[in-house]
Write a protein that binds this ligand. Structure first.
Ligand SMILES: Nc1nc2c(c(=O)[nH]1)N[C@H]1C(S)=C(S)[C@@H](COP(=O)(O)OP(=O)(O)OC[C@H]3O[C@@H](n4cnc5c(N)ncnc54)[C@H](O)[C@@H]3O)O[C@H]1N2
Ligand code: MOO
Length: 407
């Protein structure tokens, strides 16, 4: 009988075990804000200006001294001298003295002397006189300079991945360039004599799932994948591909050949390329039990199972977590709470990941667990995410409230 997976570790233990054994060089680059979408921020970013940058009117109306119009009503209007209008985007030419007013558009600068703005609907203009039909309180309809944000306050913190709202805020707060982490380069190698791109599919062969899917998972996370293709189950070819991938990338992901079959070369290849070699071979998780974590001259190599569900899951659960901790970046995770539609069984003592489909019924998130084997790709495609069953649990009950991780 061949060697078994003698020592298995939980995903959390693996991260702890290998964390300090490998390095990833972080290169910080400065890029124009308009091109920063999807990058991870390398240092806290501060606003260059106050928000709003000036005392701004929130309505179209007349800038007044509130004391001038106290008690104004339709029965007892107050009339004020019209000094003209503030043009949007310009500095007011006038300031408001007792008994005077001036028109300000929404977003216009409130002239000095005024402490409130009366909405245009509550006024009437006759020649040089403006009739005010409504009382307003001091500060009403005015957004003070810096009320939302003062210059130099932190608008985005280190490690955040710049999204569409962030990029808007950066531009709005006058940040022209952002210091970001240069995207990591990740080498991808699929192995297996059975994997082909030949059409029509020869008997006994399969098309590639892992290489192309992982490539796009990496792209989605803001990394730069290089796919070295499907390498034959042959020690020399795998060694050659891994050697090049290690040289050209920050870390490498391999798929297939992680189990204990005669043609499962991954462990030996990693060990043959440098020290300390394979650190972990075996996760206390399903799917993904035979996952390999190795270090070659302080570079990380992860060997994922050839089974598609296992490779997607372990990338999503372990690799993403490990890399985000290492780089101190936040890879956004979408998680909701839902109620299980059916019970799910699991084996106590290992973490299990179960695919699920999300349905909204009576305004409630219902998670339907999907039966799946680690080789299933269609079911994986039908799923919206997965549930994590911790190792101390023996299954989950129907109607139990669970965390559901969306893809
Ligand atoms: N004797 C044992 N056999 C197996 C064990 C075990 O403990 N003892 N573990 C099983 C488990 S669990 C898993 S997971 C797999 C892991 O397999 P490998 O990582 O060695 O991967 P392969 O054998 O190369 O492939 C498994 C499966 O996936 C298909 N595959 C491979 N590459 C791709 C690809 N790029 N795209 C799509 N599908 C791919 C491959 O054809 C196999 O069907 O081992 C079990 N066996
Ligand atoms: O650990 Mo395997 O991924 O269950 O099929």
């Amino acid at each position: 009988m061949g060697e078994r997976f003698l020592t298995v570790y939980s995903p959390e233990e693996v991260i702890e075990k290998i964390f300090d054994l490998f390095d990833i060089d972080i290169n910080v680059i400065s890029i124009p804000t308009e091109h920063s979408f999807g990058y991870y921020i390398a240092e806290d970013i501060r606003s260059k200006i106050d928000l709003p940058p000036f005392r701004k009117s929130l309505v179209d109306g007349y800038a007044v001294k509130s004391t001038d119009i106290k008690g104004a009503s339709y029965e007892n209007p107050v009339f004020l001298k019209n000094l003209g209008e503030v043009k949007i985007g310009t500095k007011p030419a006038v300031s408001i003295k007792d008994g005077s007013t001036c028109y300000v558009p929404t977003g216009g600068v409130v002239p000095d002397g005024a402490d409130a703005v009366v909405m245009v609907e509550d006024t009437e203009i006759k020649g040089d006189t403006v009739f005010i039909f409504k009382d307003v309180q001091a500060t009403q309809n005015i957004f003070e300079k810096g009320a939302e944000l003062v210059k130099e306050s932190v608008v985005l913190t280190k490690g955040v991945r710049i999204n569409e709202l962030n990029i808007g805020l950066l531009n709005f707060t006058g940040v022209e360039f952002v210091q970001v982490i240069s995207p990591l380069k990740v080498g991808l190698i699929s192995t297996g004599d059975e994997v082909t791109d030949e059409h029509p599919l020869p008997y006994g062969k399969i098309f590639d799932y892992n290489g192309i899917t992982l490539k796009h998972l990496l792209l989605k996370d803001g990394f730069i994948p290089s796919f070295y293709g499907v390498v034959k189950d042959n020690a020399e070819s795998i060694k050659e591909a891994l050697k090049i991938a290690l040289k050209e990338n920050d870390f490498v992901i391999m798929t297939g050949g992680t189990s204990k079959g005669n043609f499962d070369f991954t462990v030996n290849t990693i060990n043959s390329l440098g020290k300390p070699g394979v650190i972990v071979h075996g996760l206390n998780a399903s799917p993904g039990k035979p996952t390999i974590f190795g270090i070659v001259n302080r570079k990380l190599v992860v060997g994922l199972s050839g089974n598609p569900l296992a490779s997607v899951m372990i990338y999503s659960i372990v690799i993403r977590n490990l890399i985000s901790k290492k780089l101190k970046i936040i890879i956004p995770e979408k998680k909701i709470i839902g109620k299980l539609s059916n019970q799910v069984s699991s084996r106590k003592g290992r973490t299990e990941f179960v695919l699920g489909r999300l349905k909204i019924e009576n305004n409630e998130n219902i998670i339907e667990p999907l039966l799946s084997d680690s080789s299933f790709t269609f079911v994986l495609n039908e799923s919206h995410g997965f549930i994590k069953i911790p190792q101390e649990k023996e299954g989950l009950l129907a109607n139990e409230s669970v965390e559901f991780f969306l893809w």
